[in-house]
Design a protein around this ligand. Structure first.
Ligand code: FAS
Ligand code: PHB
Length: 389
């Protein structure tokens, strides 16, 4: 088998890259280690930047997000028992769209199948070969049979634990990492959300986040210990802690109900440099991770594949590799700014016992200043709606 571009991973990065390349007339094959159902079963991001929505439209899969996505023109910050708005539309002229990553993935999977594009699910022992030369190829085992795909380029869209970044020789890659001393316990429940806007709460008991997937489905999080297990948290325990961390005006709006998904995610900041190694490009979580506080993970992944798809299209249509040669620099410039915002927002909103009473006061002082400064609110708003590609 042969294809111009082999894409490793059928998460949002891999599927969006595949769809954009198809739109630009560049054939590609996606190779995924899990089943489609398994990929769809992961509950992750919920907020899309306009750049991401525009890319979904460019890829021909913008219909449902246009029809069902909820437009938010502000988000909420709660602290000291008070509720404050960060007015995105007034500060930037832009909004964010609330639409779950699961639905983005579903739309991309359906479009890929409708276009008759080749996707290999449940591929075992995926391995990358020859990407330091001019004849890269990918091998895997499917139903016990060894397979090989020759290609011009490999796109490593296989996430933080994938094989792509791990295939790069250690002396050719530099990584930067910060692991946070807590996790997020997330719950999905078919109950009406307390707000159609995203609510971020700084509280002495710990951080809480209120989000949604639709007017009837809520997505809530509380900061938890890394020693916690999901089994330590009954639904009742979650609802009680969630309410305790919100101002009364918001806690009174909580409708409780049984969880349909409950999971704990660790938080880290991570970047691998560069994002290109010969004929291998890294995109999305394979190259970088942000703490989800700033709702940047999925959006950074979309930005990477927006740049990479256009650069690959230029290579095939105009026989120029200029944009490919500049991909890593351009992608990393945007990645590091999102890493900064996500780190700053996480540091400001979560409880860090090791920082003591002074550290807690510095957080409140930062929040007080934010709410008193139009300049700072504009800076926060332009990072939250997403920086230009
Ligand atoms: P993904 O990890 O989504 O996809 C990679 C794909 O590659 C997977 O399907 C995997 O099975 C496959 N793969 C892995 N190894 C492979 C191999 N060897 N061979 C073939 N395939 C392989 N972001 C937000 O903005 N907000 C959030 O609230 C949020 N919550 C998150 C919660 C969790 C638990 C995690 C892990 C991430 C969260 N994120 C969040 C970030 C998340 O949304 C990512 O940014 C997004 O999934 C990135 O998409 P991909 O780069 O496609 O990586
Ligand atoms: C979500 O809806 O899952 C979500 C929203 C905003 C965030 C993180 C997660 O910052």
């Amino acid at each position: 088998m042969r294809t111009p571009v082999a894409i490793i991973g059928a998460g949002p990065s891999g599927l969006l890259l595949g769809q954009l390349l198809h739109t630009y007339g560049v054939d590609n094959v996606v190779i995924e280690q899990r089943s489609a159902d398994y990929v769809l079963g992961r509950i992750r991001a919920g907020v899309l930047e306009q750049v991401t929505v525009d890319l979904l439209h460019e890829a021909g899969v913008g219909q449902r997000v246009q029809a069902e996505g909820l437009l938010d023109d502000h988000f909420v910050i709660a602290f000291n028992g008070q509720v404050h708005n960060i007015d995105l539309l007034a500060r930037t002229g832009k909004r964010v769209t609330v639409y779950g990553q699961t639905e983005v993935t579903r739309d991309l999977m359906n479009a890929r199948a409708a276009a008759g594009l080749s996707t290999v699910y449940e591929a075992d022992d995926v391995a990358l070969h020859g990407f330091d030369g001019s004849s890269p190829y990918v091998t895997w085992r499917k139903d016990g049979v060894e397979q090989r795909l020759d290609c011009d380029w490999i796109a490593g869209c296989d996430g933080y634990h994938g094989v792509s970044r791990a295939s790069v020789p250690a002396d050719k890659i530099q990584t930067f990492e910060k692991v946070y001393p807590f996790g997020w316990l997330g719950i999905l429940a078919d109950v009406p959300p307390i707000s159609h806007e995203i609510v971020y709460a700084n509280h002495e008991r710990g951080f809480a986040l209120a989000s949604l997937r639709s007017p009837t489905r809520s997505r809530y999080y509380v900061q938890c210990s890394l020693q916690d297990q999901v089994s330590d948290w009954s639904d009742d325990a979650f609802w009680a802690e969630f309410a305790a961390r919100l101002p009364a005006a918001l806690a009174d709006k909580i409708t409780t109900g049984p969880s349909i998904e409950k999971s704990i995610a660790p938080l880290r900041s991570f970047v691998a440099e560069p994002m290109r190694f010969g004929r291998l490009f890294l995109a999305g979580d394979s190259a970088h991770i942000v703490p989800p506080t700033g709702a940047k993970g999925l959006n950074l992944a979309a930005g990477d594949v927006g740049l990479l798809s256009r650069a690959l299209a230029e290579f095939y249509k105009e026989k120029s590799s200029a944009a490919l040669d500049d991909y890593s620099r351009r992608a990393l410039a945007r990645v590091w700014k999102a890493e900064r915002f996500s780190w700053w927002f996480t540091t400001m909103m979560h409880r860090f016992p090791e920082n003591g009473a002074f550290g807690a006061r510095m957080q409140i002082a930062e929040l007080d200043y934010l709410m008193s400064s139009e300049a700072m609110q504009t800076a926060v708003a332009e990072n939250y709606v997403g920086l230009p590609l």
